[in-house]
Design a protein around this ligand. Structure first.
Ligand code: GSH
Length: 198
């Protein structure tokens, strides 16, 4: 399995997930500087020419959410998602899609300083997105309840970038506690070390 990766990008979340799974993988560094990644070879891996992207035998997958879905199906024994048939499985997919559809849009709204009518924007507003996350995390330690799952890898990575790294949003005690619990995991620390030191 090959992870196409660049430091301090959205590929950290997949790096962390692979560490949670504990499978063998190879990291292929993609040089995003000066457009050096716009090559026919990388285009064949991900037509968007962005990281993260994953290659697993003949399978090629891009888009963080899709990579998460692929890895969860590929390694069910890792126990990082509620089992098929568990009512929580629906919520699991909900939060995974919520990250790609709503958190990403909320971050773009903040960065670009745009404001759309809340009913027209699928994510409502950045404030509503972060309020919904805070509401759930005030009720349970992890987003699905008492148990950490792959969707916490996605969510905590998003919050880590949005709040800690890029300071786009004010933190709140509930986010601080959640991030502290997630970052305390050895798997996050290993992924963050790889991300920082190559
Ligand atoms: N929708 C993609 C976004 C991927 C993305 O934007 N990656 C950035 C790094 S964080 C990238 O590769 N940028 C280089 C470029 O656009 O040329 C995902 O969620 O995986």
């Amino acid at each position: 399995m090959k992870l196409y990766w660049a430091a301090q990008t959205r590929s950290l979340r997949v790096l962390w997930l692979l560490e949670e799974i504990g499978c063998d993988y190879e990291r292929i560094a993609v040089d995003l500087r000066a457009g050096r990644h716009h090559t026919p070879e990388f285009h064949a891996i991900n037509p968007m020419e962005k990281v993260p992207a994953l290659e697993d035998g003949e399978a090629r997958i891009a888009e963080s959410g899709a990579i998460f879905a692929y890895l969860i199906e590929r390694f069910p024994q890792a126990g990082l998602a509620p089992a098929v048939g568990d009512p929580l499985r629906g919520r699991f997919w909900q939060w995974l899609f919520f990250a790609s559809a709503n958190i990403e849009a909320a971050m773009t709204e903040k960065m670009a300083q745009v404001k759309l009518p809340e009913t027209a924007a699928g994510w409502g507003s950045a404030e509503r997105v972060f309020n919904v996350i805070a509401e759930q995390l005030s009720a349970t330690p992890y987003i699905l309840g008492d148990t950490f799952s792959a969707v916490d890898v996605m969510l905590a990575s998003n919050l880590h970038y949005a709040i800690t790294a890029f300071k786009m949003f004010e933190s709140r005690p509930v986010f601080d506690a959640y991030l502290q619990a997630c970052r305390a995991r050895k798997t996050f620390q290993r992924a963050a070390a790889l991300d920082a030191h190559g």
